[in-house]
Design a binder for this molecule. Structure first.
Ligand code: FES
Length: 116
């Protein structure tokens, strides 16, 4: 699997998040403390997308990733649920890299199976 170019680095500012659907994989990236992280856009509770508006994955204070459906909160660094119905479960992280002012993500070949 080759890394897929998502966007240029300047298109993702500190505290911003963006969603993508690539080859059937729903994912999002966000920049936190200068670093970029990527997760599947699928809540471990009900396997639904997390965002409440397009590209809005963070809570009001931009301290946690938040699921819009039942309000679960996940740490940005590890995707671990610290509050909500999927407590102690984690988002699925994806391999992301930033080089030459561009952000790339390695997309798994198979989309996550429903209910997995
Ligand atoms: S679907 Fe995300 S907290 Fe219930």
């Amino acid at each position: 699997m080759l890394p897929t170019l998502l966007i240029s680095s300047h298109e993702l500012e500190e505290g911003q998040s963006k969603g993508f659907i690539i080859n059937g994989t729903n994912l999002f990236i966000l920049r936190h403390q200068g670093n970029v992280v990527a997760y599947r856009n699928s809540c471990p509770h009900r396997k639904v997308p997390l965002e409440w508006l397009p590209d809005q994955f963070l809570d009001y204070d931009k301290q946690f990733i938040q699921c819009a459906t039942h309000g679960a909160l996940f740490t940005i660094e590890k995707g671990l649920c610290i509050s909500g119905p999927c407590h102690q479960k984690s988002l699925t992280s994806l391999c992301v890299e930033e080089r030459d002012e561009k952000i790339y993500c390695t997309i798994p070949e198979a989309p996550e199976a429903p209910g997995a």
